[in-house]
Design a protein around this ligand. Structure first.
Ligand code: ATP
Length: 366
């Protein structure tokens, strides 16, 4: 297995720069997910590691060895595509055996390795079938088996389960996680699905427009987003973000959301960065996740009366849109807590769950 290090990697397609000065170290045996919206450069990054795409400048090292001038076949890493790319005329066994045979593996070794991979992926019962007889999920298991069979230094996956339906995707997600726990192959995985990223990754690399926005464990990027982009890309439903007006009196921050007349008093010990910058004139944004909006039936200290608008019952909990001026504040409540649209409830923001951002730069202020 292997450590992968990207240093100052740049990639242009013509005059368009799609990777900007990317620095990233993927530890041996780590599962790293590249996450970002369509077109942010994650596939190009993955293909560059694999050697399927040249980089314009910078360096890529695998196990300490610069590889940017090596062919894909010389890098000893496997790639799994979204579309299964299996050989239709070969059986599942022969598909998985293919890389071993191509490398001149002895018959007994090939059989042993294919069977070991088939056991790990629980596909032993259809080794004799052809791909056309398999479901999408099983085809992708075979593609993953073919990638793993020659025990590559690393396995790179580009939206490998993106084409499957929702239920199957969930099953495969669990299976990929189990496989990684058992095999511990260094893995780099591309997706635009943040739930997939959160559930699979040891660390998530969030990208936007070719720029790395944040690297961290799923909990780090969820709880401490580095900027407004990450804050709004990670988490479903998305974090509430609003212009905030700070009124500081005796260490109390009164936060006014948007142009609304409803004001939330959030007592916070202000991060030094905010105090120092003297914001409060429109340069500050407040973020709060729906679970940080606390809703009560009765009025009380610090609670602001708000009218419920849309209520989405999701089974385990509800998402309730509360009208604040011309905007909405989304709250997560226990199921059925708010009776119906039009009801008035009383809300406050949990001061331990507030995030402040510089509106102009987007950077987190804590
Ligand atoms: P997606 O999830 O849609 O694949 P992505 O984040 O993986 O998106 P990339 O596929 O890496 O993004 O593409 C990044 C940018 O580079 C996009 O604007 C894309 O149009 C462009 N691009 C990708 N491949 C090429 C190419 N061969 N020639 C020119 N432009 C390209």
């Amino acid at each position: 297995m292997a450590e992968i290090v990207l240093s100052n990697v740049q990639k242009f397609f013509g005059t368009v720069q799609v990777i900007r000065d990317l620095n990233l170290t993927i530890a041996d045996r780590e599962f790293v997910v590249l996450l970002g919206p369509s077109g942010c450069g994650k596939t190009t990054t993955l293909r560059a590691i694999a050697g399927l795409e040249d980089i314009t400048s910078g360096e890529i090292r695998i196990d300490g060895k610069p590889v940017q001038d090596l062919e894909a076949s010389e890098r000893d890493i496997a790639f799994v595509f979204q579309l299964y790319a299996l050989y239709p005329h070969l059986t599942v066994f022969e598909n998985i055996a293919f890389p071993l045979r191509a490398a001149g593996g002895a018959r007994a070794d090939v059989e042993r390795e294919v069977n070991a991979v088939a056991r790990a992926l629980d596909i032993g019962h259809f080794l004799g079938k052809r791909p056309s007889a398999l479901s999408g999920g099983d085809m992708q298991r075979v593609a993953i088996g073919r990638a793993l069979v020659r025990r590559p230094k690393a396995i790179l996956m580009d939206e490998p389960i993106g084409a499957l339906d929702a239920k199957l995707r969930e099953d495969m997600r669990t299976e990929l996680k189990r496989l990684h726990i058992e095999n511990k192959a260094t893995s780099v995985y591309v997706t635009h699905d943040q739930v997939e990223a959160m559930s699979l990754a040891d660390r998530i690399v969030v990208m936007s427009e070719g720029v790395l926005q944040q690297v961290g464990t799923p909990i780090e990027v969820y709880q401490n987003p580095a900027n407004l982009f990450v804050a709004q890309f990670i988490g479903s439903p998305v974090m509430n973000i609003s212009d905030a007006k700070l009124e500081t009196e005796g260490g109390q921050a009164k936060v006014r959301l948007g142009n609304a007349s409803e004001a939330f008093g959030v007592p916070v010990t202000l991060p030094r960065a905010i105090e120092a910058s003297g914001r409060g004139d429109g340069g500050l944004s407040l973020g709060i996740r729906p679970e940080g909006v606390i809703v009560a039936h009765q009025p009380g200290e610090g609670l602001v009366p708000l009218e419920a608008h849309v209520i989405e019952p999701l089974g385990a909990y509800d998402i309730v849109d509360l009208k604040v001026g011309s905007g909405v504040l989304r709250a997560r409540t226990v199921s059925g807590f708010v009776g119906k649209p039009g009801d008035t409830v009383f809300a406050r923001l949990d001061e331990n769950q507030t995030h402040f951002f510089d509106t102009r730069s987007g950077q987190s202020l804590g």
